[in-house]
Design a protein around this ligand. Sequence first.
Ligand SMILES: [Fe+2]
Ligand SMILES: [Fe+2]
Length: 203
Amino acid sequence: MPDDAKQLPRATYRSMDQGTKEEYDLVFGYLKDFQKKLPDRLLESLKTLKVSYYGEPVDRYVHSLQTATRAHRDGRDEENVVAALLHDLGDMLASDNHSDYAAAILKAYVRPNTYWMIRQHGLFQGYFYFHHFGLDRNMRDKYRGHPAFQLCVDFCDKYDQMAFDPDYDTMPIEAFEPMVRRIFAREPWGAHAKLDGGYGEKY
Ligand SMILES: [Fe+2]
Ligand SMILES: [Fe+2]
């Protein structure tokens, strides 16, 4: 909140049941302005992945950029590229279910299949390493038949699991910034959300 915001009118209620329609109009007006800056917050959050856990050949920020770069160069549409860029954002605050975190951020702004792909990517990515820990690398098979099954297989196979190369020509964040702004300028739960047969309850 900028300092001068303290001069702006604010609601007077002490509990929500005291709030008037006018007060809620006021607050939701501020909220709308705040929501418009979501792309700024996402781009800022992405940078925090530079100081995520240590040990991989590239840090999680570069991994994110490289995943998006590979998706972009393979001809994926803007929505998929942005999803690829943000797919590991949950590493910082939801490391035990990081796929859910990124999927929740994207959900109102992308097609249902793109949402599903990001939500399931952690499990699908397990194909490449679960067996080293005595787990079933084919756990993803339980989702065979889902319309986004192959989309998620391809995301992991071609982009996510491939994005650990320090020598790869990874595109800079500036290349993706306009894409992030365009995707998050969409009407939340707009026409895109009605595609792919909707979100469904089954999965
Ligand atoms: Fe991930
Ligand atoms: Fe990843």
